[in-house]
Design a protein around this ligand. Sequence first.
Ligand SMILES: [Zn+2]
Length: 307
Amino acid sequence: MNKYIDPRANTYSLFEFQSKYGTEQDCEQALFRLKWPDGFVCPKCGEHHFTIIHGRRLPLYQCPACRHQTSAITGTIMENTKLPLAKWFLALYVVATNKDGISAMALAKYIDTTLKTAWILLHKIRSAMGERENIYYLGGSVEMDEAFFGGKAEGKRGRGSENKAEVAVALQLDVSGRPQLLKMQVIPDAKGETLLAFAERNIMEGSTIHSDAFRSYGTLSKKYCCDMQKYEPKSKDERLKWLHVMISNIKANIEGAYHGLGKRYLKRYLDEFCYRFNRRHSRKPVFDHLLECSVWSPYKTVAELGI
Ligand SMILES: [Zn+2]
């Protein structure tokens, strides 16, 4: 159970969802409205008029000025799909409403596909979640540490093995010192330059980074205010407390939901956890948000997804 997700988070009932998105036409029109909220715009020349070419599985929109043809799924994670859009939408609904995540096996049963199709779909959805998480930075007061995933031993910092992956974790705290936003990324080692690159990618310059006394964190002082102090797990000190609580919960959640991980897929599971955690107080239904992410995230081939 992911205790960070607000059980009162706004969701649709299945009945309401089916009333809105029960047919191919409902889904196609929903994508059209998200893609072109102010009316059609030709992606090649900016023309607003279009003619519709029927007779395909999905309507094609043709620009009368440059004759470019496009569809509601072009440039989205659904591009080139052979699956009915109603199955895609149901998959997004199931992922959005299962707060602990869902396995490919369970999703295949929900949407009546092969296991492989459900597996690819889940990776595409997680990829869209990751794209969304990439667009903002943490700032202010941020706790940072590294953790090992997928292996038994804690191991020595910076020394990965085939079985375990090292992950950088950063947690933004609010003014009362409680967890606010989370970022995680698989890292090749725990060298100073690696941790600095992670921080530059995820944390606004000038923020205060609280860490333990591991010497690599000294490198971060080039761009951040560094609060490095030896971490004492058994002390009553509140420093890094939330970060370590988070890390143990992430491990329990990910390994529980997915029955052990392949190292190569870990990035996507981390992206999904961060996406859900960072949206735990959102008033907007997660499905609506996830649908928007799916429209705005670029299409990726299976090879590009690395699966
Ligand atoms: Zn055009």
